[in-house]
Design a protein around this ligand. Structure first.
Ligand SMILES: C[S@@+](CC[C@H](N)C(=O)[O-])C[C@H]1O[C@@H](n2cnc3c(N)ncnc32)[C@H](O)[C@@H]1O
Length: 201
């Protein structure tokens, strides 16, 4: 499948999450940000990294699905961003060297509650309450955040927005909602977080 999005040519390989409403909301929210060193977890087709690449000096994109990592590498190269991008296969932060710091870390994780069959798809299934990846991300993200850096991630209202904000606060971060989009049964939410002492507001 091929998509033409906002001046980008995005191809989606078999078995890789296609750009969807959540992808578009995250892309849209990220228009307000630029970075020196950016990190995207759960990159899928790499569409969000491609959309941001013009406003960053370097970008690392990771996904646990090797087909997604190949796909993201393909799309970054095809859109002229290959030289500033590194794509790595791995589970969340595990492929990122300890001590690495990024001033923008962003993610559209699998966030839908599973159906209890254990047959869910890694691309969208986030455990019984949809928080399996989100909670692990919140616990580890500040280790990789440069001073003054921002964390941006997407989730659904069905995952508990206040739960995420409180978990970020427990990690010493300040957090707020910076993007929303409503559907019939849920809303999609984009949360921004940063270390409190660097907050400018
Ligand atoms: C909802 S899709 C988002 C894809 C893309 N970022 C987008 O917005 O279109 C979630 C992605 O997370 C990846 N993923 C799932 N669990 C992961 C994990 N533990 N570590 C890294 N990536 C993971 C999936 O393979 C999938 O590509």
């Amino acid at each position: 499948m091929r998509y033409r999005l906002d001046g980008m040519e995005i191809e989606v390989f078999d078995g890789v999450y296609p750009p969807s409403e959540d992808t578009f909301l995250l892309m849209d929210s990220l228009k307000a940000y630029s970075a020196s060193a950016a990190l995207e977890l759960c990159t899928g087709s790499g569409a969000v990294s491609v959309s941001l690449a013009r406003r960053v000096r370097s970008i690392v994109a990771t996904d646990v699905n090797p087909a997604a990592a190949r796909n993201a590498r393909h799309n970054l190269n095809a859109n002229g961003c290959g030289t500033k991008a590194e794509v790595i296969v791995g589970d969340l932060f595990s492929p990122i060297a300890e001590g690495s710091k990024f001033d923008l870390i962003f993610m559209n994780p699998p966030y839908l509650p599973d159906d209890g069959t254990g047959c869910g798809d890694l691309a969208w299934e986030g455990g019984p309450d949809g928080r399996r990846v989100i909670d692990r991300f919140i616990k580890d993200v500040k280790r990789f955040l440069a001073p003054g850096g921002k964390v941006i991630f997407l989730q659904s209202t069905i995952n508990g927005v206040s739960e995420s904000i409180e978990a970020l606060e427990t990690q010493g971060m300040v957090a707020k909602v910076v993007g929303t989009s409503s559907f019939q049964f849920e809303g999609l939410i984009v949360i921004e977080a940063s270390m409190g002492q660097h907050q400018k507001e």
